[in-house]
Structures are given as structure tokens and as C-alpha cells.
Design a protein around this ligand. Structure first.
Ligand code: RB5
Length: 147
């Protein structure tokens, strides 16, 4: 799969490690930065990841900031994006299974690499269940179109 990845300075180390992990797993990565530890603003990177996914330039997105909070809010402001902030595999799984999330957010200051890999793996391997959940996701999409 093709995964768009982005982070601010608080998430760049974890993002870089996960980019390597994704490549090792055979995925194609679009690394939208940041690169290095200079202070940057998370909205730019959350938005870039969200837009790559919304425009179909990537199948899924991964965004990382210090807490995962700011960058998840930024990604979720892009039309067509459903971003879940998950630091445990069950949340990552349910974000896919019930909410058809297309972006995963994590906090580089909140989670270790091994757990982050588990969350990312389950996120990418879990299918959306559809059915009654499709109705609900459809309601979210309708609201998004009306706003
Ligand atoms: C940057 O210090 C930090 O505020 C940012 O990475 C993120 O945690 C915001 O939600």
C-alpha cells in the first residue's frame, strides 16, 4: 500500500522510524516531512497528510506530533479524512472496523516504537465492516458536505 506520512518536530523521530518500518514491510511511503528537529507547526503536516489521502495520492495516512492531538485535529479538518488518534491496537483496529478511518495519528512523546508498530500494523490490516457502520460514516460524510 501507499502510505502518506507526516510529523512535526515532536513526532519526527517516531515518524522516521515508522517510515523505515513501513518500507521494510513492503509499503510505498510518501514522506511529507518534517525532516529534522527544528520547531515547526503541526497543522501544516496534518493537513498535508490529510490532503494526500483525500486526493487519492495515498491509501492511508500516518501523522505524528508530540501528543498526536494537534496533528489529528489538523488531519480531520480535511474533507474526506477520518483520523483516529490511537496508542493501543484495539483503538487502531476499531477506528478501521467501525469508523473507516483513513489516517492514524500517534504521539511521539506518548508511545514507544514497538507499540506504535503494533498499532500501525493492525490499522493497515483491518477492513471496514460496513453495514450499519456505513450508514453512520455516511452521516458523517453528509454533515461534512453540508458544512
Ligand atoms: C509541540 O511542542 C507540540 O505541541 C505538538 O507536537 C503536539 O503535541 C500538539 O498537539
Amino acid at each position: 500500500m501507499k502510505i502518506a506520512c507526516g510529523a512535526d518536530h515532536g513526532g519526527v523521530d517516531l515518524k522516521d522510524q515508522l517510515v523505515n518500518y513501513l518500507k521494510e514491510e513492503g509499503h510505498e511511503v510518501v514522506d511529507l516531512g518534517t525532516h529534522g528537529h527544528d520547531s515547526v507547526d503541526y497543522p501544516e503536516f496534518g493537513q498535508a497528510v490529510g490532503e494526500a489521502v483525500a486526493k487519492g495520492q495515498a491509501d492511508f495516512g500516518l501523522c505524528v506530533c508530540g501528543s498526536g492531538i494537534g496533528i489529528s485535529i489538523a488531519a480531520n479538518k480535511v474533507k474526506g479524512v477520518r483520523c483516529v488518534r490511537a496508542h493501543d491496537p484495539y483503538s487502531a483496529e476499531m477506528g478501521r472496523r467501525h469508523n473507516n478511518c483513513n489516517v492514524l495519528a500517534m504521539g511521539g512523546r506518548f508511545i514507544g516504537l514497538d507499540m506504535a508498530k503494533k498499532c500501525l500494523k493492525v490499522f493497515l490490516e483491518t477492513d471496514f465492516e460496513g453495514g450499519r457502520h456505513q450508514r453512520r460514516v455516511g452521516q458523517l460524510e453528509k454533515e461534512e458536505q453540508e458544512n
